[in-house]
Design a binder for this molecule. Structure first.
Ligand code: ADP
Ligand code: MG
Length: 343
């Protein structure tokens, strides 16, 4: 009997010694935000290796894709302004291709060629360094000759801009694109359960052991979360809002998402949340729908192939697509009234 007891104790102890899967977390400051990677695995060493690989990947992307800091996009932009055909760097070509597709799908409301306009508003730096809107005449002049991504002609890897004001700024979707690449890297390394979260915008794959990943959606007005949702297998959740980067001037809020149709910060929504498979689409779409506003968001969402969308107006009115309602759980009490739209 004593022997049996001893055996049971030994078996139990050796059971404890086996490494069990748990969350490995690392935070990295990149793209002007805090990126958090969570990997659910029992292999500590492999997780550590993955973290350093991702950190290097993000730093490289940040440098190559920054519109205003020295790097390949900056140089490419300078060359484009000459109007001469110029080779598209390998680090930019796939990003540009995807941005063009998304811009066309959004009817030009997401337009990555508006770097000069974003700069005019003072949102080209990570920290807002301008505190009042640009001169109205200056804006009107820009809009009269505003560039569109379609002013860029691409033939056999050579790009040529037909508008000297065209300046590529992938800020509206580069984070999403980078999150997709990070998930790809993790999968190649054999991880099937992970989250790549870039400042609250994320893509999650697999689960946390037996439990699905549950993620929060920030309240655009006020502290904390407004809602949360469970991730099913492989999904991205991206929110664009007027609270990310803004300044108040004479009682009015000016934020960093610009309506290409009039050159002013988009009005009508405080935040737009998109749930979609890939992060690049979700990111570009969140930006596009914030611009689209209450009149057009459904039409643009459908053109971009989205079905799960939540929008919140500055007065706090929440509307959702029917597919989104099924996914959302409110984290505020009392639960807000929501308007479920026809889809
Ligand atoms: P965040 O990066 O704060 O999550 P977004 O994804 O909406 O928010 O991206 C905002 C950034 O996109 C701006 O800082 C600017 O660089 C760029 N941008 C602003 N307006 C547009 C637009 N209409 N289309 C594409 N990019 C835009
Ligand atoms: Mg975006």
């Amino acid at each position: 009997m004593r022997c049996l007891l001893l055996l049971i104790v030994v078996v139990a102890l050796s059971g404890c010694d086996r490494p069990s899967a748990h969350s490995h977390k690392q935070q990295m400051y990149v793209f002007g935000t805090l990126v958090e990677v969570i990997i659910w695995t029992e292999d500590e060493a492999a997780a550590t290796e993955a973290m350093s690989q991702l950190s290097a990947q993000f730093q490289h992307q940040h440098q190559q894709w920054h519109p205003w800091e020295a790097g390949e996009l900056h140089t490419f932009n300078q060359q484009l302004t000459t109007g001469k055909p110029t080779p598209t760097p390998d680090s930019i070509a796939p990003l540009l291709q995807r941005a063009i597709e998304l811009s066309v799908a959004s009817d030009g409301l997401f337009d990555p060629s508006l770097g000069q306009l974003v700069k005019l508003w003072g949102f080209s730096d990570n920290l807002v360094n301008v505190t009042q809107p640009p001169d109205a005449t200056q804006l009107a002049n820009f809009i009269k000759q505003a560039p569109h991504i379609t002013d860029l002609e691409i033939n056999n890897g050579l790009a040529q801009s037909h508008n000297p004001r065209l300046y590529l700024d992938f800020g509206g979707f580069a984070k999403g694109y980078a999150v997709d690449r990070a998930i790809e890297t993790l999968r190649q390394m054999g991880f099937d359960n992970a989250i790549v979260n870039a400042g609250g915008d994320l893509r999650a794959i697999g689960s946390k052991g037996e439990w699905p990943w549950r993620i929060g959606i920030r309240n655009p007005r006020g502290e904390g979360l407004i809602a949360s949702l469970q991730i099913s297998r492989d999904e991205s959740v991206f929110t664009s809002g007027d609270y990310e980067r803004f300044y108040d001037y004479q009682g009015k809020r000016y934020h960093h998402i610009i309506d290409p149709r009039n050159g002013y910060p988009a009005e009508g929504f405080s935040s737009v949340t998109i749930l979609h498979h890939d992060a690049a689409t979700a990111d570009a779409a969140a930006t596009a729908l914030l611009v689209a506003g209450p009149e057009q968001w459904r039409e643009v969402a459908k053109k971009m192939g989205l079905s799960q969308v939540m929008v919140i107006t500055p007065r706090g009115k929440i509307s959702m697509s029917p597919a989104m309602v099924k996914r959302i759980r409110f984290e505020v009490s009392p639960e807000p009234n929501i308007n479920v739209v026809d889809w």
